[in-house]
Ligand binder design. Structure first.
Ligand SMILES: NC(=O)C1=CN([C@@H]2O[C@H](COP(=O)(O)OP(=O)(O)OC[C@H]3O[C@@H](n4cnc5c(N)ncnc54)[C@H](OP(=O)(O)O)[C@@H]3O)[C@@H](O)[C@H]2O)C=CC1
Ligand SMILES: O=CC(=O)O
Length: 320
């Protein structure tokens, strides 16, 4: 008999076909009359994306064996609650690394060269040749890049920054990786050194207790006045009020943001009003090709767990 799974996310046709071949699929959205707790009551697996999975979510999920998230970050899953229920989790690392690194480069270039503001300026019909100096941006090439969270995606950013823009790169992790330093021509730096020396600072850490709010007022104060800050990790790694204050008072030059403390961000947020803050709606991995790869990777891991096989992408905390 095929296992029963709950799908809480719209999926590409190829992925639905794969799941239908291996499972009885049920579908649920937050607009349904039944609660997620009820919907999870008698299923073996569930596919989620950003939906939180908490102790309450799992309260009736006595048959559940696997939660498969279509994302590499898994801060929305309560791992302890899952372990208490004997449920494992899978995620989608690797398949999105290049796509997220591309978006980070776009944020870096877009912020430094003021692309969104200039697009609005041209389209407003007020283009004046005498305005030129007020439209100046910053060079990206040959500058110093600091990456906080040099993991899978960080390494792809290094490739682009070095090969495409001749940047020098420093990184900060909790653990040094001397092999990566040799292989990629990058240098380890303390947080203080990275923040005070870098022209561009990219935050690419997972959201955990140790990274929550790590970019606070004190951190922004250590950055150069000419520096640009990019966040593509999770919104909660940054104190948004402190970031706005840093840009608004000239403490740093600008910021490019893919992620926010509350998504969608409240339209009243001052972050949305500042011309040197570039914003995009959490779309780091959002290309058709990569989102399809991610959904298929999540589906394959889910089916593997339900077939008693080794899942390609088990969340590290569930590895033996
Ligand atoms: N905007 C978007 O659309 C996307 C956002 N993301 C976010 O990016 C995150 C990173 O993804 P990925 O590169 O695959 O993850 P990895 O696990 O490969 O890399 C994360 C790195 O962060 C470092 N790190 C963790 N905690 C700290 C800390 N307290 N201080 C400094 N460094 C730390 C880790 O090194 P060490 O353990 O040595 O500290 C590790 O090298 C995801 O968890 C997700 O939240 C991912 C994809 C898309
Ligand atoms: O934010 C996206 C992810 O894959 O994590």
């Amino acid at each position: 008999m095929k296992p029963t799974i709950l799908v809480t996310q719209q999926l590409p046709e190829s992925v639905s076909a794969f799941l239908n071949a291996h499972c009885e699929c049920r579908y649920w959205t937050p607009n349904d009359n039944s609660s997620i707790e009820e919907a999870l009551k008698d299923v073996d697996g569930v596919m989620v994306s950003g939906m939180p999975v908490t102790e309450k979510t799992l309260s009736k999920a006595d048959q559940l064996k696997v939660v498969s998230t279509i994302s590499v970050g898994y801060n929305h899953l309560d791992l302890e609650a899952m372990k208490a229920k004997g449920v494992v989790g899978t995620h989608t690392p690797e398949v999105l690394d290049d796509t997220v690194a591309d978006l980070v480069m776009a944020l870096m270039l877009g912020t430094a060269r003021r692309i969104a503001a200039l697009d609005s300026y041209v389209k407003s019909g007020n283009w004046q040749p005498t305005d030129v100096e007020t439209l100046f941006g910053l060079d990206v090439h040959h500058k110093k890049l600091g990456i906080i969270g040099m993991g899978r995606i960080g390494r792809k950013i290094v490739q682009r920054a070095k090969a495409g823009f001749d940047m020098s790169v420093v990184y900060h992790n909790r653990h040094r990786d001397e092999d990566a330093e040799k292989a990629w021509g990058i240098a380890y730096a303390s947080m203080t050194a990275l923040l005070s020396e870098s022209d561009f600072v990219i935050l690419m850490v997972p959201l955990t207790e140790s990274t929550y709010g790590m970019m606070d007022a004190a951190a922004f104060k250590q950055m150069k006045k000419t520096a640009v800050f990019i966040n593509a990790s999770r919104g909660q790694t940054v104190d948004e009020a402190a970031l706005f204050d840093a840009v608004n008072t000239g403490g740093i030059w600008g910021a490019g943001l893919d992620v926010f403390c509350h998504e969608p961000i409240n339209t009243d947020s001052p972050l949305l009003k500042h011309p040197r803050i570039l914003t995009v709606p959490h779309i780091g991995s959002a290309t058709e090709e990569t989102r399809t790869r991610m959904a298929m990777a999540a589906a394959e891991s889910l089916v593997a767990v339900l077939s008693g096989k080794e899942a390609p992408y088990l969340i590290p905390e569930f590895k033996k």
